[in-house]
Design a protein around this ligand. Sequence first.
Ligand code: SAM
Ligand code: SF4
Length: 470
Amino acid sequence: MKYELSQRAEDFIQDGVLERLIRETRVDDGRFREILSKSLDLQALTPEETAVLIAASRPDQIEAIFETAKDLKRRVYGNRIVLFAPLYVGNLCVNDCAYCAFRRSNPVQVRRTLDLEELREQVRALERRGHKRLILVFGEHERYSAGFIAECVRTVYGVREGRGEIRRLNINAAPFDHEGFRIIKAAGIGTYQIFQETYHHATYREMHPSETRKGDYLWRLDALSRAMEAGCDDVGIGALFGLYDWRFEVLGLVTHACHLMAKYRVGPHTISFPRLRPAAGVHRSWPMLVSDDDFLRVIAILRVSVPYTGLILTARERPAFRRRAMAFGVSQIDAGSRIELGGYTEAGDAQVMEREQFELGDIRPLDVVMRELVEDGYLPSFCTACYRLGRTGEHFMEFAIPGFIKRFCTPNALTTLVEYLVDYASPETRIAGEKLIAEELARMPDSAQKEELKRRLQEIRDAGSRDLYF
Ligand code: SAM
Ligand code: SF4
């Protein structure tokens, strides 16, 4: 294959260095406390500092990491949780990833690519449920060229069902070259996500046969650097937990985040940490599966190491676990998700393994998840204001500008929540949501902006206005 890497592309993951950090880092109480307070000062940690958190094993130390993560979540993100849904467009795939039901050698997978009308149909169904933010997901195949993905993006943005519309569309698809990323960016995407799956070279080779496109470690590791150079300054990294030692993957993610920051002055917008799930036609044993307790540590350590990066917890996880994990720094979740092709209109509530990539852990409807969130004191948000106003890349803005979250994020979460309550919510969710809105307003000091927010909330309820963002 002929391709062009990013400028000065380099393999910045040195297995030996990360292995040594895991093996040799010792936890000194003083240094441990210094590292936690560095994070509380909202500074990102280095891989060496992250290794100290990973090595911490005393119960009081683990507790201190959880408390710091909770504190950061409260201070940096407040009680907002951003909601989205995945939309699978096609499961053709030229790769043969050992863990994935879409892999080319899997005979039990039913192959399908939505045509544009079928895509619109799925989007209409999602809009009818109240979704405003989606991520389009693709296998890797010549049919899913940059031009095709761009066409899908424009198609989705064009769908209006009642008062519904998709206001932000993210992508999870194969790595492209610069030109491909430029084409997709021009269609108006939000985040481009690519997961390295495992940062550990030998495991990567074992999972991804070398003759496949995904078998090229550097092509994948370098992908989001090319995306940045092509103008996609909003990128998401991730690792598939369960393929190799979770400690190594956490260090890999932090190293990747530091690399992007150092090279492009912009870190990743989000980090995803999917945990391996059963998948149709995948029959092997996975000795490195991550337990719930260790996985909570993973989430908390990531929160503490990269205070400014959004953390995404997907519906791969079961409801009870998601509820626990939310407190430790998760900022985005998907809800009401279906991952079988056509699943928002065709499969009802049954999950059809032969049609999906892996088995989901949480298939509750959006409305049920919304109700649980508000009853737990979280403020669900469908806000897309920054992306719409061009406040991307420099997403540190929301943290760097004093009071930004109070001035913009919370009011926008409230206006998008009231839209949801009026247009889509069940009576129970509407009552719970209105109670939360009243509490949030009561907490805000009196100001001209608060009066303006109250006026807008009323305008949404009474006059049918929509999409009023700050
Ligand atoms: N084909 C593209 C790729 O591989 O990057 C697009 C994304 S793939 C459809 C989405 C992600 O699902 C993968 O990056 C992988 O991390 C995850 N995934 C694959 N098989 C999985 C499984 N059995 N359990 C959980 N997540 C899985
Ligand atoms: Fe294809 Fe992606 Fe699945 Fe690998 S993870 S087989 S590239 S869809």
